[in-house]
Write a new protein. Structure first.
Length: 378
């Protein structure tokens, strides 16, 4: 994919592939040039035993594929895989691997097979890469670790082209980890992937992509919310109009209107009256129990009213110090009177009366009324 314009956001694309297994005609295989063939058959100075070993392994093989399979199988079965450092300082490291040490890592096996193939006139090359990584379902990515690095061999057949072979013995896998440990490792890897992509590599393109997606999602959410609210409002309006029309057009509609109005008034009076009676009952219970914390409750309500107008009481100030700090004359008068009543109810020596509490509530209502017309208090 080639971009012919300046990329300002992340591009998403999908690709489909189909593996077609068919016999490839020999005429469609790209032929090696004389120079390329000579390069893939080039050999260094070698121990004579290497040539004899290659001949003994593929002595009766008739095709290139047969030679490659025999060499692959021989190396897998007669040598051991090991990550220990071999004698690379030897003048003939390949001879040391094949005839002395007889163990090594994948590069030893791949190099040995490539050389043995070239000794038999088969063009070959060593390929370095990685095995198939481990799929992480959490981060939806493939994990390629250092241990996945690998070397293998490709041999050239005039009829089929290049074919891959892996002479390295199959390694015994380590003990399987527990499901919990694997899950934790997957989450950790997904977090590292996110950190590297969205934190360390948070460039202009990622920023634009992220905020563009957020903007699109926010716009869709706002539009959907607006439509839902409009539908609810329209439904309630239709329901109200239908009910009101039914009342007006029904026999005795005027009577029903008066009944509904009276019910609304009675409901409001009952709600207000029950609230007052409940509050008075709670105050009477506090007075009977000698509980003076009712004054604290009303004083905290006063502080909430003042805080909404920008006047916050520092914790280290006493109520009197806080009252003296108010500069607005009307608010100062109300707060000063409320503070005096609070001190009387909270710390007075005499018994608390319901009239005193009602007086404090009345002053609090006056303060609320005064503050309604004041946007800010200093």
């Amino acid at each position: 994919i080639t971009a012919t314009f300046r990329i300002t956001r992340r591009l998403n694309y999908q690709a489909l592939s189909a593996i077609v297994r068919a016999r490839i005609p020999a005429t469609s295989v790209a032929k090696l040039t004389k120079e390329a063939r000579a390069g893939y058959l080039q050999l260094p100075g070698l121990d004579k035993r290497v040539g004899l070993l290659a001949r003994s392994i593929v002595s009766d093989a008739s095709t290139t594929a047969e030679k490659a399979r025999r060499l692959e199988s021989y190396l897998q079965s007669h040598y051991q895989y090991s990550l220990e450092a071999s004698a690379l300082e030897e003048a003939q490291p390949l001879s040391n691997f094949l005839f002395e040490n007889r163990k090594g890592h994948c590069e030893y096996f791949a190099t040995a097979m490539a050389i043995l193939l070239r000794m038999e006139g088969v063009p070959s090359r060593v390929v370095n890469g990685f095995r198939t990584g481990e799929y992480n379902a959490v981060g939806e990515d493939f994990i390629f670790r250092g241990r996945d690095a690998h070397s293998w061999v490709e041999a050239y057949d005039p009829e089929t082209g290049w074919s891959a072979y892996d002479p390295t013995p199959i390694q015994k896998s380590a003990a399987e980890q527990s499901t919990l440990l694997v899950t934790f490792s997957n989450y950790l890897d997904a977090f590292e992937l996110f950190w590297g992509e969205w934190i360390l590599g948070y460039d202009d393109i990622l920023q634009f992509s992220l905020f563009h997606d957020l903007q699109d999602r926010s716009a869709l959410w706002m539009e959907a919310s607006r439509r839902r609210l409009f539908a609810m409002e329209h439904g309630l309006l239709r329901l109200t109009e239908t009910a009101w029309h039914g009342v007006r057009t029904s026999p005795g509609g005027s009577l029903w209107i008066w009944i509904l109005a009276m019910l609304a008034v009675v409901s409001w009076v009952l709600w207000f009256g029950v609230g007052r009676l409940t509050r008075r009952a709670r105050f009477r219970a506090a007075i009977a129990a000698g509980n003076r914390t009712v004054a604290v409750e009303l004083y905290q309500e006063m502080l909430i009213v003042l805080r909404r107008r920008g006047k916050l009481k520092p914790p280290s100030w006493t109520p009197s110090e806080f009252a003296e700090s108010i500069k607005h004359p009307l608010v100062y008068r109300e707060v000063n009177q409320l503070t005096q009543l609070y001190h009387l109810l909270r710390f007075g020596s005499g018994p608390v009366s319901l009239e005193q509490i009602e007086s404090l509530r009345h002053k609090l209502a006056g303060l609320k009324s005064t503050c309604r017309g004041i946007p800010s208090i200093t």
